[in-house]
Write a protein that binds this ligand. Structure first.
Ligand code: AMP
Ligand code: GLY
Length: 426
């Protein structure tokens, strides 16, 4: 029996902990820092998550057998390197491998070197040269800060002025600090976006079922970008034929290319793809599970997650066969008033116990906390109401039925999650 530590405290991590809690191997789950929902399944620990040596000490002291990392920041900062140096098993890429997400220039250069389909681009360190290039290319055009910028470093500019403003923001005003030392300027690709995630041990790559995120705050993809307001799986835009193409032209060459660079990529590889004329183009790589895509995807996973994590650590992933529920899954995120700007906190959440009585529905907590025996909101994205159903329509109806039972002051959510799939399935 095993003790597992999960790093993170959002909806993705609640889904990971929930899945782990069903594993035949689990003795105890710890989570750092966790949230109110996670604390029903795991012991939330009070260790500074940025202090990797404290985390390693905790893992040694408690005899943790496996650590699973949710977010990108600790991966980029080398949490995996630190745990592995101390001989402790951990799921995720090391710092060098995590550059695939941590540096857009690194990712684009890998894609160019290994012939992976992506938008045409150029890298700039000088504002003047970047501006000249943007003026020459015209709009629409995409401006990306090189480094991690909490999801805000990409600007899809519809006009030349917007593009120049973006360059100024990143390169002159240095809105994202050193993350803006270099800028990628790339061709804008119009199409339908999807998320494609896979497990890999650096050799074998096992694809997960496809999914689609909803990045904008309002219905019909209006308003500013968010961390993600909902997701569903499968994404009908990813046909079986496209899945094979993505595996062959994107996932396999990137893992092989990284190996050729002397970097073994182990953990989760996530490609954000744009489908145009039935061909996939890579918009970005992430070195972790998506949030909220994980909530519907993990809900469909039948294989024991601990078996997968161990197989990756031991580089025996070829021995695993992933099994998935044929049911579809839909996750609708409920956010606090004000999100994605400054938002309200501390609102009492009612109705969660009524949803617990529904079968096939899970409420994954993102920003929640406990006070005086009550669950309150404590983040921008608060809950991810996730339902399984015989098809997308059924799952969607169930998710919204569950939302009807939940209430906190100022809560808001999109009403159109998964509509794009429904249009395609008509
Ligand atoms: P990224 O962080 O690279 O995924 O970019 C954030 C979002 O910007 C993506 O999810 C897309 O919606 C959009 N995006 C990024 N690159 C492009 C591109 N080359 N063409 C069109 N949209 C893009
Ligand atoms: N939902 C998009 C991401 O996790 O990056």
């Amino acid at each position: 029996m095993m003790k597992v530590l999960v790093i993170g405290g959002g909806g993705r991590e609640h889904a990971i902990v929930w899945k782990l809690s069903q594993s035949r191997h689990i003795d105890k789950i710890y989570c750092c820092p966790g949230n109110a929902g996670i604390s029903e399944l795991a012991e939330c620990i009070d260790v500074d998550g940025d202090n990797f040596s404290s985390l390693v000490d905790f893992a040694k002291y408690e005899g943790i057998d496996m650590t699973i990392v949710g977010p990108e920041a600790p991966l980029s900062k080398g949490i995996v390197d630190m745990f592995e140096r101390e001989g402790r098993k951990i799921l995720g890429p090391n710092a060098k491998a995590a550059q695939l997400e941590g540096s857009k220039v690194f990712a684009k250069d890998i894609m160019r070197r290994y012939g992976i389909p992506t938008a045409e681009y150029k890298v700039f360190t000088s504002y003047i040269h970047a501006e000249d290039y943007v003026r020459m290319k015209g709009a629409p055009i995409v401006i990306k800060a090189d480094g991690l910028a909490a999801g805000k470093g990409v600007i899809v500019a519809k006009t030349g002025d917007e593009a120049i403003d973006a360059l100024r923001l990143i390169m002159k005003e240095r809105a994202f600090g050193d993350a803006g030392n270099r800028v990628v300027v790339e061709e804008c690709i119009e199409g339908e976006e999807a998320s494609f995630m896979a497990f890999t041990d650096g050799e074998t790559i096992l694809p997960m079922v496809s999914s689609q995120d909803h990045k904008r705050i309002f219905d019909e993809d209006k308003g500013p970008n968010t961390g993600g307001m909902g997701a569903y799986s499968p994404a009908p835009v990813i046909t079986d034929a496209l899945e094979s193409i993505i595996m062959e032209k994107i996932m396999a060459p990137v893992v092989k290319g990284m190996r050729a660079e002397g970097i073994k990529y182990k953990g989760i590889l996530y490609a954000g793809v744009m489908i145009k004329n039935n061909q996939p183009y890579t918009l970005e790589f992430n070195c972790r599970l998506g949030d909220p895509e994980t909530q519907p995807v993990i809900s469909r996973l039948k294989t024991d997650l601990v078996d997968i994590a161990l197989a990756i650590a031991d580089e025996k992933l070829s021995k695993i066969k992933l099994e998935w529920e044929s049911d579809a899954s839909v996750c609708v995120v409920i956010a606090s008033k004000g999100y994605p700007g400054p938002y309200e906190k501390g609102k009492v959440i009612n109705g969660l116990n009524d949803v617990k009585k529904m079968s096939g529905v899970q409420v994954f907590h993102a920003g929640t906390a406990f006070t005086d025996e009550k669950i309150i909101s404590s983040g921008g994205r608060v809950l991810g109401v996730t339902a399984l159903g015989k098809d997308i329509r059924d799952a969607k109806n169930k998710a919204y039925e569950a939302i009807g039972k939940i209430h906190f002051e100022g809560m808001h959510y999109r009403k159109d999650i998964a509509n794009r799939a429904l249009v395609r399935l008509k």
